[in-house]
Design a protein. Structure first.
Length: 287
């Protein structure tokens, strides 16, 4: 629990071909190249290092505003590392550094002058395993609201309820808000973490394998929730599950050994990839 809390609690304020199973693609996606879309985030020459070991190599990627972008690739290819630069969560760990730029609405978030707390309000994150705080359901959601806003008791309760409704959890917890969050099921805990993240009105939600530790029924709830949330948010989804990427995303980026091999509309990536390595991965020849 100590590690999980360290990952999500902010630091002190600082200057800012035939596949193995049928794949159904998301409906109505735009297959325009990502370089041509309106980007909420754009990385340029992004490289990342764990000590002297380089994990990312000159990543250029545009994240389309108001869309779901899936990041796929084999284990250890740099998917999670890449998105953890977006809100500078990597800075909580020693001997990790990023070079290049990550532009959020045109502003480089790697600039030391950027307020990290405000950045993490704008760019929320959901981790692989649910990470509720060891307190009540209500206090989990209220935490960020108290941190970022001046809210009276009435407004606080209203906004907590609204976040739980948007996270499709309210009906399950409305009569037990003051019970421990850790008593919830795994799927409920993950939706609670989503409620906690969206309560502070982020513009972007990073989801790092959010369904890998929960059951299929809970996974279906999360996927339905993603479809709802993208009406108001830009979402970046890291996933090993290509079926999931095809179901919920508008765009897909394929990573391999820290390099972005191919990016495009999800339908194009899953039915007619331009790169042989992408095709080999999609069809299960490796990974």
């Amino acid at each position: 629990m100590t590690v999980a809390l360290a990952e999500i609690m902010p630091p002190t304020r600082a200057p800012l071909v035939a596949v193995q199973a049928p794949i159904v693609t998301a409906r109505g996606e735009d297959t325009t190249a990502l370089a041509d879309v309106k980007a909420k985030i754009r990385t340029r020459g992004l490289s990342f290092f764990y000590g002297n070991q380089q994990a990312l190599h000159e990543n250029d990627l545009a994240i389309a505003e108001g869309k779901v972008t899936a990041i796929i690739g084999p284990s250890g290819c740099g998917k999670s590392t890449h998105i953890r630069v977006y809100n500078r969560i990597f800075e909580l760990y020693r001997d990790q550094r990023a070079t290049g730029s990550v532009l959020l609405d045109g502003v480089n978030v790697l600039d030391p002058k950027v307020d990290v707390i405000e950045l993490r309000r704008r760019v929320g994150m959901i981790f692989q395993k649910p990470t509720p705080f060891p307190t009540t359901i209500f206090e989990n959601v209220a935490y960020g609201l108290r941190l970022h806003y001046r809210v009276d008791a009435l407004d606080l309760h209203r906004r907590v309820e609204e976040a739980l409704v948007r996270a499709a959890l309210w009906n399950e917890v409305k009569d037990k808000l003051h019970r421990p969050a850790m008593a919830l099921s795994g799927g409920q805990q993950q939706r609670l973490c989503i409620a906690r993240a969206i309560a502070v009105e982020p513009e972007i939600l990073l989801m790092d394998e959010p369904c890998s530790a929960i059951d299929p029924v809970a996974t279906a709830h999360i996927e339905e929730l993603i479809a709802e949330l993208k009406q108001r948010l830009t979402i970046v989804l890291v996933t090993h599950n290509m079926q999931q990427a095809a179901r919920v995303s508008d765009y897909t980026a394929f990573f391999y050994e820290g390099v972005i091999v191919e990016v495009g509309g999800t339908k194009q990536i899953f039915t007619k990839p331009s790169q042989k390595k992408t095709e080999d991965y999609i069809t299960g020849r490796f990974g």
